[in-house]
Design a binder for this molecule. Structure first.
Ligand SMILES: [Fe+2]
Length: 201
């Protein structure tokens, strides 16, 4: 990836992303035993209020899970996707966690796709994302910028294995962001967008 500096904070990737599971035993079986992520920290929360476990996802980053005795049931289609990308049920609520993509080496992507399937995980087709009209390609070509495969964890958390295929440049930042009404701002997208507070609507 092209190196672009954050002038405000020295952010070093993800310390941890915390999710909520229904069954910590099942979560450990999936993330540690099937996906191979080392379990690096476990916590019993005080007063029997739950558990908090951390899995190493490489690069010094981790994926964490809470288990709460009184957690509401999963809410697919609202708190998490009700279907994989391409399915209308992929849309979720404002502020929800759509999916988490793990970075994998490009040269191992196809091998890992087969390995996920051989482990009994139901995976999406491979999506080679490009800038064509359909935004995906059956084949890998120089315009493909990321390759992706999607699947669910046992709680319906949507996961992705992804690999970058090329560096980005100025031409990759070509779209103005829409506002809440879906209208695009007039400022060039490649400039930093002002985050001035908006008047309440
Ligand atoms: Fe993604």
């Amino acid at each position: 990836m092209a190196k672009r500096q954050n002038s405000e904070f020295e952010i070093r990737g993800i310390n941890h992303l915390a999710l909520v599971c229904k069954d910590m035993e099942r979560t450990v079986r999936f993330y540690r035993d099937i996906l191979g992520m080392p379990l690096i920290k476990t916590i019993d929360l005080p007063n029997n209020s739950g558990q908090h476990f951390f899995f190493d996802i490489g690069n010094g980053d981790s994926l964490a899970f809470f288990w709460f005795p009184n957690a509401p049931e999963a809410c697919p289609g609202l708190a998490s996707p009700g279907g994989l990308p391409g399915n209308p049920a992929f849309v979720t609520a404002h502020g929800s966690m759509s999916h988490v993509a793990f970075n994998v080496p490009a040269k191992k992507f196809d091998e890992y796709y087969e390995k996920l399937k051989s482990k009994g995980i139901e995976v999406s087709p491979i999506l080679n994302h490009d800038n064509s009209e359909t935004q995906v390609s059956r084949t890998v070509h120089p315009g493909v910028f990321v390759r992706s495969v999607y699947f669910f964890d046992p709680d319906g958390v949507c996961l992705e294995f992804a690999c970058w295929m090329r560096e980005f440049d100025e031409s990759d930042v070509a779209h103005a962001p829409v506002n809440a009404a879906g209208v695009k701002a007039v400022a060039p997208a490649s400039r930093q967008v002002s985050l001035a507070p908006q008047a309440p609507s």
